[in-house]
Design a binder for this molecule. Structure first.
Ligand SMILES: C[S@@+](CC[C@H](N)C(=O)[O-])C[C@H]1O[C@@H](n2cnc3c(N)ncnc32)[C@H](O)[C@@H]1O
Length: 119
């Protein structure tokens, strides 16, 4: 049986903020890793009402949240460990009141009332 040599895989970097910072510096713009919202929409709309508060964990620079706002979602908090990604997202969506962008520490340190609105 052929086994894949995983010794050269760097998947451990995926939890490293500095890894993502350097990727987002090199790859400015936007990219949706899995699917665009149009493909996921039937499932998202089925399970998540547009009045729900949405917590988008690991948002990166994907346009999924933007497309959800265009589709009627009223409040999306985008969280990512990469400050580069969050700075890009914050600048891009500064005039979109439905979108908030922050690093996890900021979200976890938000006042209790804000925090528990999500749970
Ligand atoms: C593969 S990208 C996916 C980005 C986006 N969700 C998409 O579908 O295109 C993974 C993202 O998760 C972020 N990430 C990794 N670990 C995280 C953590 N512990 N908390 C928040 N974000 C994290 C990375 O910075 C990166 O932006």
């Amino acid at each position: 049986m052929m086994l894949r040599d995983v010794s050269s895989c760097n998947t451990y970097n995926y939890g490293d903020a500095l890894y993502w910072d350097s990727r987002y510096v090199q790859e400015a713009g936007s990219f949706d890793w899995y699917q665009r919202y149009s493909a996921l929409r039937p499932f998202v709309r089925h399970y998540v009402s547009t009045s729900s508060r949405v917590l988008m964990v690991g948002c990166g620079n994907a346009v999924m949240s933007e497309d959800m706002v265009k589709d009627g979602y009223e409040e999306i908090v985008n969280v990512d460990i990469s400050t580069v990604a969050i700075d890009m997202m914050r600048r891009k969506y500064e005039d979109v009141p439905q979108m908030k962008c922050m690093v996890p520490e900021k979200f976890l340190n938000s006042d209790l009332e804000t925090f528990f609105q999500f749970w």
